[in-house]
Design a protein around this ligand. Structure first.
Ligand code: PEP
Length: 248
């Protein structure tokens, strides 16, 4: 039985006043339901963790450095995330790969650092529209997996996020999602690794909304979602969490 996970990525959104919304999202997390995770901007992690204390809501980061400490102005280590109350960290999000030139190797090194600090990595992979149209989706995702996922990890989450579906309102067909998720599970299974492919949650991300969540969660090998825009408000995230809970 794989863990179901509804993860919210607040990106560069949120100030202290949004902790009220976070409190309402905390009310969506139940002991017998899916894991509910919010990854706020780094400035809010500590306060979000305080606000979530006593609830089942988990708090995560959106990136970490490969080092534990040192002369890296503006960066945050996994140890610091853990210290602030984070249990998870999103790594290799396409916005970081594009905006900061993050390579598969760097993502892999960050994942090792996160795991060593006791923070579970959520490793993102996904093709651009040009790559999909060129029929390269599985090759691209396979290369990203091979380069970004350290074989030494025992506990990780993969997020399949087609770049062209993020923040656009466009969603792949359910058959396309099924194809890529099945491929990811098979590729993980081929890695001679410390983790179990069968036990690894694979999230779908890209324009997940209350109106399409149930259909997406019914797809084989979809164990939850990484949600951007619709995770900012409990009114939107609530039905997504409920749809995940209801999924078989
Ligand atoms: C994301 O940021 O990872 C994401 C999937 O965003 P959105 O849900 O807004 O498409």
């Amino acid at each position: 039985m794989r863990r179901k996970l509804a993860a919210g990525n607040w990106k560069m959104n949120g100030t202290v006043e949004d902790l009220i919304e976070l409190g309402q999202i905390a009310g969506l997390a139940a002991e017998d339901g899916p894991t509910v995770l919010i990854c706020p901007p780094a400035t809010l992690i500590s306060r979000a963790a305080d606000a979530a204390r006593g609830t089942m809501l988990a708090i995560g980061g959106q990136d970490c450095h490969t080092a534990g400490s040192g002369a890296h102005t503006g960066d945050i280590s996994a140890l610091m995330l853990r210290d602030a109350g984070a249990t998870h960290v999103i790594l290799g999000h396409s916005e970081r790969r594009a905006d900061h030139g993050e390579s598969d190797t760097l993502v892999s090194e960050k994942a090792v650092a996160a795991a060593a600090a006791g923070v579970a990595p959520i490793i993102c992979v996904g093709e651009t529209l040009a790559e999909r149209e060129a029929g390269e989706t599985l090759a691209v995702v396979g290369t990203q997996l091979a380069g970004s996922v350290p074989r030494s990890l025992t506990d990780l989450v993969i997020a399949y996020e087609p770049v062209w579906a993020i923040g656009t309102g466009k969603v792949p067909t359910m058959a396309q999602i099924a194809e890529v998720h099945g491929f990811i599970r098979a590729e993980l299974g081929k890695m001679s690794a410390a983790f179990s492919a069968e036990a690894t949650p694979i999230l779908y991300g890209g324009s997940v909304k209350p109106g399409n969540a149930a259909e997406i969660f019914a797809v084989a090998d979809v164990d939850g979602a990484l949600v951007g825009g619709a995770s900012l408000k409990a009114a939107d995230f609530g039905p997504i969490v409920a749809a995940l809970e209801a999924a078989a």
